[in-house]
Design a protein around this ligand. Structure first.
Ligand code: FAD
Length: 289
């Protein structure tokens, strides 16, 4: 439970951090809240020789609105996401999700950037970002680029982030006012990772679902967009038969492993149940009931 030796760097600017990352390449890792990386180092599942603490870099902090997007700095903590009035007004699913991550001590240190860059299928924010159509803004020695959350995850702990890149912000398009949202998470106890969880963003017009986006957490090596489930609910009033079809479609894309949270069959079943609950809650919210 003692990590291997490492050199600690605390750059004061993004330029300095990128220079350290370039110098040490694969031997260096950015450090944000440390609540995924440090446990992995203690378990010797990661042994970076250089840790680059992002905590003093002003460019990575803050939440703001830029045109039709909300831009959230990579080192904004999960506690700051919960406290943000701007997010509560424009992207309430982010607060709802952050409140279901771990416990308050972890949320005071854990960051949005660390949560989405980590690549752990158990992290809650990646599916939410996929449902919201978010873009991850990353910077490396080759310059800045944006990667859609839906294209970022390649496998368990494998992402599109290159070793010389730092995630600097998450850019989220603001959904229409009055949209429906829900992040429903089944877990064994407070502070646990999801047995299965589902993010839903939808809009309603004339009593029917006009748009829908659904993504699943921890039921496959990566977060999953449940495209067919979303397609099935559009144009409907979400009657019981539609809800069942959508839940079945979510189950069909889920590919969970058997683990301490249950068998693969149980967790797949729960992906359907939780998707049904998230859809019903999001639809009720959009209708104002
Ligand atoms: C007991 C416990 C329970 C937890 N429960 C949950 C849970 O229910 N749901 C959940 O989602 N999470 C959970 N977590 C994880 C927690 O939310 C972490 O804080 C989060 O996953 C990682 O954020 P961090 O800021 O701590 O990142 P770190 O641990 O510092 O970093 C994680 C990884 O991301 C990389 N990284 C970090 N920031 C950047 C960046 N800006 N650019 C590039 N790479 C970067 C690091 O190099 C590292 O590989 C739990 C953690 C613990 C210890």
């Amino acid at each position: 439970m003692i990590p291997g030796p490492f050199t600690y760097h605390r750059p004061a600017s993004l330029t300095e951090a990128l220079a350290v990352l370039k110098t040490y390449g694969d031997e260096a890792r950015p450090l944000a809240g440390g609540h995924s990386l440090i446990p992995m180092m203690k378990l010797r599942m990661a042994s970076p020789e250089h840790l680059i603490d992002l905590g003093s870099i002003a460019e990575l902090k803050g939440i703001s609105q830029e045109g039709t997007d909300i831009v959230i700095g990579a080192t904004v903590t999960q506690a700051e996401l919960i406290k943000s009035d701007l997010l509560a007004a424009k992207l309430p699913i982010i607060r709802e999700t952050a409140q279901q991550i771990a416990d308050p001590q972890i949320r005071y240190k854990g960051t949005l950037g660390g949560n989405v860059a980590n690549g752990d299928p158990g992290n809650d924010m990646p599916a939410v970002m996929q449902a919201l159509g978010a873009q991850y803004v990353v910077q490396g020695s080759g310059g800045k680029r944006s990667i859609a959350a839906k294209d970022f995850y390649q496998g368990s702990y494998f992402t599109a982030l290159q070793p010389d890149e730092i995630l600097i912000a998450v850019r989220v398009p603001v959904p229409a006012a009055g949209h429906g949202y829900a992040y429903e998470k089944l877990k064994r106890k407070i502070g646990d990772y999801a047995t299965a969880a589902t993010a839903v963003i939808l809009s309603v017009s004339g009593g029917k679902i006009a748009t829908a986006s659904i993504a699943l957490t921890n039921v496959a090596p990566t977060p999953l967009i449940a495209e067919e489930a979303a397609r099935l609910v559009i144009g409907t009033t979400l009657d019981a038969a539609t809800l069942k079809k959508a839940a079945d479609a979510a189950k069909a894309v889920a590919d969970p492993a058997t683990d301490g949270r249950g068998t693969a069959d149980y967790r797949r079943e729960m992906a359907g149940v939780i998707t049904g609950r998230a859809l019903a809650k999001a639809f009720a919210r959009a209708k104002g009931v």
